[in-house]
Design a protein around this ligand. Structure first.
Ligand code: GLA
Length: 467
């Protein structure tokens, strides 16, 4: 894919966050199959899905052997034990044409054993298998789309053992008949596949990217997408960089802090079974291991051809995605992962924030000093706090009890703040919490009311498999 200049970003950008376009799909009257069929997938993704996706590392040149190696590495690295369970093959897996029977076919050179055998390999390792498709006539990589083939393709996916489908809008908005409503058309494209998946009887997590074609009709996807999908992209294609500093031709930025900024628009939404998706993690992606499209995107955003996240920034990214209860889909080459990257991806105390069963909405707290601050109530009565120093100098601040929106018990009796990266515990009697953050660092804290200090409440517990 050509990403030589900003114009070329139009097809590249996965999902534009288009705020304020109005309309919310209310009254759209989605038809997603019978009530019985809908029940098939109703209880999936009660916490944000966790796994690995091939796109950031491998791009369109994805191969069976690489996917098997990634599945093995998920197990070996401890990521499976930490909760990462989906192995997702993104765009590029298909042969350029359908088979004579009209069914999708895997590229015979890169997937010589076929998809069912690959899914079986993944399942045999205690993992689940994901695949990519599009509601258009072609995928973002120009391979066969599912338009008009939804029933056949869903049946094929189910027969192959697919547990998770990523459905990218590329190629679909242009098919809209003249005079029809753009939003209804878009939603119907996703709803058709959801109904087809449910009709197979196989539970399949449905992940959509409604604006991968830059379609304004996607608008505020979170207002309609929960009725169709378990997760939906709310950001651009994410690249390994801290902040977008170069003009992106009017498009939203692609770096870590850009995604946090974008989240202010959608924070009241999401919850068990319906998640705002910040895109695959860029943690551990290096210029040598990122696919050229992602690498060039980071270069365009920063003016630095070899952009990547350092370990401090990677911890911040993990903190942000977890605080915002985003799906956690690693995108790095797991076979060439440093011990530090593995430790960042598997920190159980941080994962427990992402996977908190309450799935409550994170709340942005405005401050006048540039510190990015969010709070979120947790299922056991604790409060999660995220503070991010986006700047290039150290930042010292004292957070107040009022800012932290403490529950009454913590407001009255004080609390213990556990730093989930260092394990350091700070006690606050009056609600105030002093913090000093290095440049580009985040603090992710868990506040436990002092009066409730419990034997047996282990904030560093490993999250349980969610569905
Ligand atoms: C879009 C998506 C990416 C990836 C590519 C594949 O850009 O946003 O996540 O799936 O398509 O072509």
């Amino acid at each position: 894919m050509n990403v030589a200049g900003p114009r070329a970003l139009v097809p590249l950008i996965g999902c534009l966050l288009l705020v304020g376009l109005g309309g919310d799909g209310g009254g759209v009257g989605l038809v997603t199959g019978s009530a019985t069929n809908r029940q098939v997938s109703a209880d999936l993704a009660r916490t944000p899905p966790m796994g690995w996706n091939s796109w950031n590392a491998l791009g369109g040149n994805v191969r069976d052997s690489d996917i098997r190696a990634a599945a093995d590495a998920l197990v070996r690295s401890g990521m499976r034990a930490a909760g990462y369970r989906y192995v997702i093959v993104d765009d590029g897996w298909m042969a350029p044409t359908r088979g004579g029977d009209g069914r999708l076919v895997a590229d015979p050179e890169r997937f010589p054993a076929g998809i069912a055998a690959l899914a079986a390999y993944v399942h045999a390792r205690g993992l689940q298998f994901g695949l990519y498709a599009s509601p258009g006539r072609t995928t973002c990589q120009g391979l066969p789309g599912s338009f008009g083939h939804e029933t056949t393709d869903a049946a094929t996916f189910a027969a192959w053992g697919v547990d998770y489908l990523k459905y990218d809008a590329c190629g679909y908005p242009d098919l809209r008949p003249a005079g029809t409503d753009a939003r209804r058309w878009l939603i119907a494209g996703f709803a058709r596949m959801r109904a087809a998946l449910d009709a197979t009887g196989r539970p399949v997590v449905f992940s959509i990217n409604p604006s991968s074609d830059g379609d304004p009709a996607a608008g505020r996807a979170w207002t309609w997408a929960p009725r169709v999908a378990h997760l939906w992209r709310v950001t651009n294609d994410h690249a390994p960089c801290w902040a977008t500093t170069e003009p992106m031709d009017g498009y939203p930025g692609v770096c870590t802090t850009d995604n946090l900024d974008a989240a202010r628009a959608w924070e009241p939404d999401g919850g068990p079974g319906r998640w705002n998706d910040l895109d695959m993690l860029a943690i551990g992606l290096t210029p040598a291991t990122a696919n050229p499209v992602v690498r060039q995107l980071a270069g365009l955003a920063t003016g630095t051809p070899a952009a990547s996240l350092d370990d401090t920034e990677a911890r911040a990214e993990m903190s942000i995605w977890s605080m915002l209860a985003s799906p956690l889909l690693a995108g790095n080459d797991l076979t060439r992962m440093t011990a530090t990257t593995a430790a960042i991806l598997t920190n159980p105390a941080v994962l427990a924030i992402d996977q908190d069963p309450l799935g409550a909405a994170p709340i942005p707290v405005p401050r006048g000093d540039g510190l990015l601050l969010w709070t979120r109530p947790l299922a056991d009565g604790d409060t999660a706090v995220l503070a991010v120093n986006r700047g290039d100098s150290p930042h010292a601040a004292t957070l107040t009890g009022a800012e932290l929106a403490l529950p009454a018990t913590a407001a009255a009796g004080g609390y213990r703040a556990t730093d989930l990266w260092t394990g350091t515990i700070t006690t606050s009697a009056d609600g105030a919490l002093p913090l000093t953050l290095a440049p580009h660092a985040a603090a992710l804290l868990r506040l436990t009311p002092a009066g409730l200090t419990p034997a047996g409440r282990d904030v560093r517990r490993v999250p349980q498999a969610q569905d």
